[in-house]
Design a protein around this ligand. Sequence first.
Ligand code: GLV
Length: 315
Amino acid sequence: MPKREKTRPLVLVSRPLALEKDDPLWKKLERLARVVVRPVGARQPLASHPELARAAAVVTMVDDRVDAALLAKAPFLRVVANHAVGTNNVDLVAARKRGIVVANTPDVLTNATAELTISLLLAAARRFEEGTRLLREDAFTGWHPRLLLGRELKGARLGIVGQGRIGRAVAAKARALGMKVAYSNRRSGVKLEKLLRDSDFVSLHCPLTAETRNLIGRRELALMKPGSFLINTARGEIVDEKALLTALGKNLRGAAIDVFHREPRLDARLARHPRVFVLPHLGSATIEARAGMARLAVGAVIEVLSGRIPANRVR
Ligand code: GLV
């Protein structure tokens, strides 16, 4: 078994963070630990990184699978700081069994994700995908009064699945645009079936869990109003993608998604579909949110390495 670093603990950071090297927080981390940062585009998964064997802390990304097998390769690991609010990529039970602290990055990305959701609502309603294709394919032959007519958000019904921080932030912004908002969640609100039947737009804001995997499947999509839209900035696996493609040929008018199955590889049929507007998981991609996420993740590592429990610990 490799030796524990005698002097400073080792921190493995899965991708460069949005924190400058001369930022006092980063400098504090470097005083406390030897920091190894994997480059962007590293081909090997985090689980095969040789430094895992020495790491006291890892900062992980949404697409790193932090399962029992990875944890088994990291005998000295004390903290997993997941650079995301969702922790579906982390085996929390396996971490707890080993006494490893898991932290996430809540709150700081709520507004960014809600703003992106509103962008997707508008992109779907105003047919951005069809419009840009028309231009890129050199098929725009001239303006006319019936060209790519969309829908207005004002007065439309928005059904939000999940009533957490992001769902509530989306609701506030949507109300400001004149939308009528209803929620469905595990404990209260409208029943999912009713929400799907009644909404012009359905937006997903629940975490990915065993319960929500494929929550929006063939049956649920078939319940959606004729001419309605599905928006997903949560996790791809909440929606059955095959069923989504089928529904797009029927009652669903369009979909705007920031997340999909098997990221980063997008299903070719979704990529080609003119009524699917898709982004590469950009929900929290703002300077403000990413700076906040980096600070929370690095802060959690510093806390644990200093013998304290971080406030953003996941229970
Ligand atoms: C991003 O997807 C997150 O969970 O923060």
